[in-house]
Write a protein that binds this ligand. Structure first.
Ligand SMILES: NC(=O)c1ccc[n+]([C@@H]2O[C@H](COP(=O)([O-])OP(=O)(O)OC[C@H]3O[C@@H](n4cnc5c(N)ncnc54)[C@H](OP(=O)(O)O)[C@@H]3O)[C@@H](O)[C@H]2O)c1
Length: 298
């Protein structure tokens, strides 16, 4: 069995990949602050260079999926030093250790490397131009990896959703459902468009790309481009909750510290062709999400 090391197994994506692939790979995972109840998990702070290289040297994985990040976009905007340390230097430490140990490396980047000014879809050939600090750190991390001359897969993805986070951090849809179940009114932004991505589907893409030896930069997301507001309404319908509790709010009214790209729609045809995996439409993704939501929150 091939060895897979998941950096950030306590996160939403890392945890899902662990759960879905534990019979196919010998899996090891790392967490920083939130120890998950999974076997073969170890604490690792990616900003500690020596610890990263020792861990890679001890485990000698065939593949590393690096799903760590300081992913709170507003926090990154207000704390540049922390964001740089974790998103740029931490990534450099992991990628360099992969190169030294000859293991393949998958890095999870973001659709926030694009500015959102384009009216058609973004392909990998479009030049990134991040408009917030989080996006900037992820793009610089991509550049650091590309300069290393190794086998890497860089994946630009969007609004992840799923229920697999082991420490109870709610993804956006889980939060919407929780609030609507409590009959709380919520305000959801109406003028930010992206392609929500079910973590189950993204995990499948990543491993098929690796297994087929397809390297490079890939845009990967769900098929449908939608506003957060419309996404919430779809969730309310599927879960039989009162959609009248969802109120629209504009980006200007929200006044968040970090700017958001207004509309990023990813062109995912390169990844679909290379992996043989198909991106899910949102309706289908929500149905799959509902099944795992029900078993996790019985
Ligand atoms: N969520 C989205 O909508 C979205 C959209 C586009 C791209 N992405 C990217 O997709 C990836 C996965 O996102 P996610 O939502 O699954 O992330 P997440 O749930 O926020 O989890 C982040 C993970 O990173 C770990 N981590 C943070 N700082 C660390 C450090 N200094 N050393 C080691 N580990 C550290 C966390 O560990 P502890 O919790 O144990 O501290 C956690 O396991 C990230 O790279 C993110 O940038 C996410």
């Amino acid at each position: 069995m091939r060895k897979l090391l998941l950096i950030g197994v306590s996160g939403l994506l890392g945890n899902k990949i662990y759960q879905s692939n534990k019979d196919r790979y010998e899996i090891y995972g790392t967490y920083n602050f939130h120890k998950p109840k999974l076997i073969n998990t170890l604490r690792l702070d990616v900003t500690e260079r020596n610890d990263v290289s020792k861990l890679l040297n001890d485990i000698k994985p065939d593949l590393v999926i690096d799903a760590h990040a300081l992913s709170n976009v507003d926090y990154c905007e207000l704390h540049h030093e922390d964001a740089w340390k974790i998103n740029v230097e931490g990534t450099k430490n992991v990628a360099e250790a992969c190169k030294v140990n000859g293991c393949k490396y998958i890095f999870i980047s973001t659709d926030y490397v694009y500015d959102g000014y384009k009216t058609t879809t973004y392909s990998e050939k479009d030049k990134p131009h991040p408009i917030n600090y989080y996006g900037k750190t992820k793009f610089i991390a991509e550049k650091v990896i590309e300069a290393l001359d190794m086998d890497y897969i860089i994946v630009r993805t969007a609004v992840l959703f799923g229920v697999s986070s082991s420490f109870g951090k709610l993804s956006f849809p889980s939060w919407v459902i929780q609030q609507l179940k409590l009959k709380n009114k919520i305000k959801v932004v109406i003028d930010q468009y992206s392609n929500p991505t079910l973590v189950d589907n993204l995990g499948e893409f990543l491993l098929y790309l690796y297994e087929k030896d397809r390297f490079g930069v890939f845009n990967i997301s769900g098929k449908d481009n939608i506003s957060r507001f419309e996404f919430s309404k779809m969730l309310a319908k599927e879960f039989n909750l009162d959609e009248r509790l969802i109120e629209p709010i504009t980006t200007a009214e929200l006044n968040q510290p970090a700017k958001r790209p207004q509309k990023v729609s990813l062109n995912i045809s390169k990844a679909e062709k290379a992996s043989g995996v198909h991106a899910l439409g949102l309706e289908e993704a929500i149905k799959i999400f509902k099944i795992s939501y029900k078993s996790d929150y019985k």
